[in-house]
Design a protein around this ligand. Structure first.
Ligand SMILES: NC(=O)c1ccc[n+]([C@@H]2O[C@H](COP(=O)([O-])OP(=O)(O)OC[C@H]3O[C@@H](n4cnc5c(N)ncnc54)[C@H](O)[C@@H]3O)[C@@H](O)[C@H]2O)c1
Length: 275
């Protein structure tokens, strides 16, 4: 049955739910009749998101704000205990929270540490605190970890972010292998890879998608049973993504320099590359 996990009597947990893609996903799950738990840092943005999501909920009290720093294992454990005490196990956990703090190779240690703590440990904490309850519940359920094309093609610039997103990809691939080889397990893991999406206070520019479009694409991917939910946008087509991803992998198999896409000596070869 499509979206057996996205249904009236089920619960969804979304981290980073106060903004952007997380907020749009939380709204969509509430509109499907689910009880939705919005995890984010405490503050006005979380309260505003909770009020908005509550406006789409089927019943009063079905949009619950849980202030939580996802990088803090103890806070995530407390949030999970609250959710599990009410609904036994969520059927959706979307590990989506992000910091863009980080920067290049030589940026301060504290920035790198924050990037790894939030973007990688936030995901691992979410999986370890919620997924065992989902496996035990024995019902169809999805854990959706949010990656990035930057974690696959590794463009120069925010290397710390790229490193964390590459790690989320590796972790989620291994998680899905583990889940599918666990007897009786009905939980599947998915890697959502958004394209360029206007979120937060950013001005919407031509080429970018809006968070609702990403959520539409995610829901279709879940329904199709896709592990990699690789979103295009209005600038980058699926064919361009394919070319960039295969070119990046080819740096190893063709013995080119790393990040050769941004090496002037390789520019003509990349332009001519037609996978
Ligand atoms: N927007 C894009 O173009 C884009 C592209 C590729 C991937 N992504 C990924 O999609 C996901 C959502 O991105 P977005 O642009 O909607 O994000 P956003 O910046 O709009 O929102 C991120 C949310 O995470 C929360 N957050 C930050 N640190 C936290 C912490 N320690 N604990 C709890 N919450 C915390 C923030 O408060 C914020 O509400 C991210 O994982 C991002 O890497 C986004």
């Amino acid at each position: 049955m499509p979206h057996a996990a996205v249904a009236r009597d089920k619960a969804a947990v979304v981290t980073g739910a106060a903004s952007g893609i997380g907020r749009a996903a939380a709204t969509r799950f509430a509109a499907a009749g689910m009880r939705v738990y919005l995890l984010d840092l405490p503050g006005d943005a979380l309260e505003a998101a909770q009020a908005e999501v509550a406006g789409h909920a089927a019943e009063p009290g079905h949009a619950v704000a849980l202030p939580c720093d996802v990088s803090d294992e103890a806070e995530m454990r407390r949030a999970a205990a609250k959710v599990i005490s009410v609904c036994t196990a969520p059927s959706i956990v979307m590990n989506n929270a992000v910091t863009r703090t980080g920067g290049g190779v030589w940026n301060p240690w504290a920035d790198w540490k924050k990037a790894v703590d939030v973007n990688l440990w936030g995901v691992i904490n979410g999986v370890r605190c919620f997924v065992p309850s989902m496996i035990s519940a024995g019902a169809r359920a999805h854990v959706i970890n949010v990656g990035s094309k930057q974690g696959i093609t590794n463009p120069p610039g925010n290397t710390a972010y790229n490193v964390t997103k590459a790690a989320v990809k590796t972790y989620t691939e291994a998680l899905q292998h583990d889940l599918r080889t666990t007897p009786g397990c009905r939980v599947s893991a998915h890697l959502l890879i958004p394209g360029w999406t206007t979120t937060g206070d950013r001005e919407h520019k031509p080429g970018a998608w809006l968070p609702d479009q990403v959520v539409d694409y995610m829901m279709a991917g879940l329904e199709a049973g896709d592990f990699y939910i690789l979103c295009p946008d209005d600038e980058t087509t699926p064919a361009m993504d394919r070319k960039r991803i295969l070119w990046a992998a080819g740096d190893i198999t063709e013995n080119r320099p790393p990040l050769s896409r941004w090496d002037p000596a390789c520019q003509a070869a990349f332009d001519a590359f037609d996978p």
